[in-house]
Design a protein around this ligand. Structure first.
Ligand SMILES: [Zn+2]
Length: 122
């Protein structure tokens, strides 16, 4: 028979076959950590969605063929854009950082300008 271990403390389990935890305490502790993890994930997810929505709302006012737009950093912040969150990060050969938010990316410049790109390669 395969050895089973407590999902929380990894102690060896000797009880019922469907036993997952060595104790009630381990069961509740495990569930608490899962809940905490999913609340952190949902907070991050909301920020990413908001960032995407802010950019999408900018591009929606532009001609469909326009793939690039320049904005002031402060204006993006006012719209609720959070510069600390992105889905991907990329550094080009010249050392400039591109941060992605799903199908868009942005690059920040020292003059507080932000260039946002609509990507075709996601
Ligand atoms: Zn345990």
């Amino acid at each position: 028979m395969q050895k089973r271990y407590c999902l929380n403390c990894k102690d060896y389990l000797e009880g019922r076959r469907d036993q997952k935890y060595c104790s009630a305490r381990c069961r509740s502790s495990y569930h608490r950590s899962i809940n905490l993890q999913s609340s952190v994930q949902s907070t991050i997810h909301k920020i990413l969605l908001k960032n995407h929505k802010v950019i999408e709302e900018i591009f929606i006012t532009l001609p469909f063929t326009q793939m690039k737009v320049t904005k002031k950093r402060i204006d993006l912040s006012r719209m609720g854009f959070n510069f600390d969150y992105c889905t991907r990060i990329y550094r080009n050969k010249r050392g400039k950082w591109y941060r992605y938010i799903y199908d868009y990316s942005w690059m920040e410049f020292s003059d507080q300008k932000v260039v946002i790109y609509k990507s075709s390669d996601v």
